[in-house]
Design a protein around this ligand. Sequence first.
Ligand code: FES
Ligand SMILES: [Fe+2]
Length: 337
Amino acid sequence: MDDIKAWHTRIELRSGWYAVALSSDLKDKPLRVMFDGQAYVLWRDGGRIGSKIGALADICPHRGAPLSLGRIQDGGVVCPYHGWRFERDGRCSHMPALASPAPAFIAPVQAAEGDGFVFLGRHAADLPLPIAPLVPGGTSVIMTGQVATTLGDFAENILDTTHTSVVHGGYLRGTDGRQPVTPTVVTGLDWIEAHYPPAATPDGFMGRFMGQGGYHITDRFRAPNITEVEYRQNGRLVFGTRFHLTPTEAGQIRAFGTMALAGQSWLTRAKISMLQVLFQRIIAEDRMILNAVSANRAAFGRTPHYIAPQDVLRAGIDALLRGDSPAVPARMPDMLV
Ligand code: FES
Ligand SMILES: [Fe+2]
């Protein structure tokens, strides 16, 4: 019973940068985004892509109007009700009905931009933005989607090899005959990763699409909210995905993903466009099962959380989300993937 209660308790988010919007969705109008149960207004002080981003709680301290329904003027965001204007530092710089504004203030939130995403900082201070190139010199595309789930369940889903042939049929892994493999798990202070040797390379569509030869696959979770999957061939990084998982409203996680292939030729661009279509399909299938899991838990009022031997990353992901360091499982299972 205690376990069940613990899993229903909201986990305090760890410090870090959380993706909250696509850069391309923030242009000449204020934008309302949800982050960890609260609404924020984002805007660009120059009203165009590339200018500096302001981020404040999306509620005017006067009567509570959502600033996101207002407009951008002289670098600030103007409330849609009585027209008070707020600067990026949270100060009210203009009240239309007063010759000089009375003191009014909204605590500003750290905002930054990179890799095609807008990030909000949670006690992020000097932490670097998590935007290192996925495949250096490669070609990348971005994608986003929201699912009714938890951060831990979403991260596990993306990194889990044991659901793929069940949920995704032959897209990622073949359905005809699984391969025996013993993964290796490695941990650091704030990350955990599983390595699958080339013998276990998927023989599904993905394996064929990527070309001949085995891949060394790495599945990694990095605190506070990042999943990374890497395919290496003869030690060379050839394909990778990274998802920033952001709690938005209660019980909802929005994923902001990047997918990259080595190379920059027209063939690489064509391949990645096809992969993008494939991934939209895969994400839709994951969304369906994760939504069903959430609805079922709500109906039963309980959250089964049995960590089986083949769930090699789950205990580590849970530890990282609690703010602890992960441990390598005591014994590695003989898996069939
Ligand atoms: S509610 Fe915003 S200015 Fe009055
Ligand atoms: Fe999946």
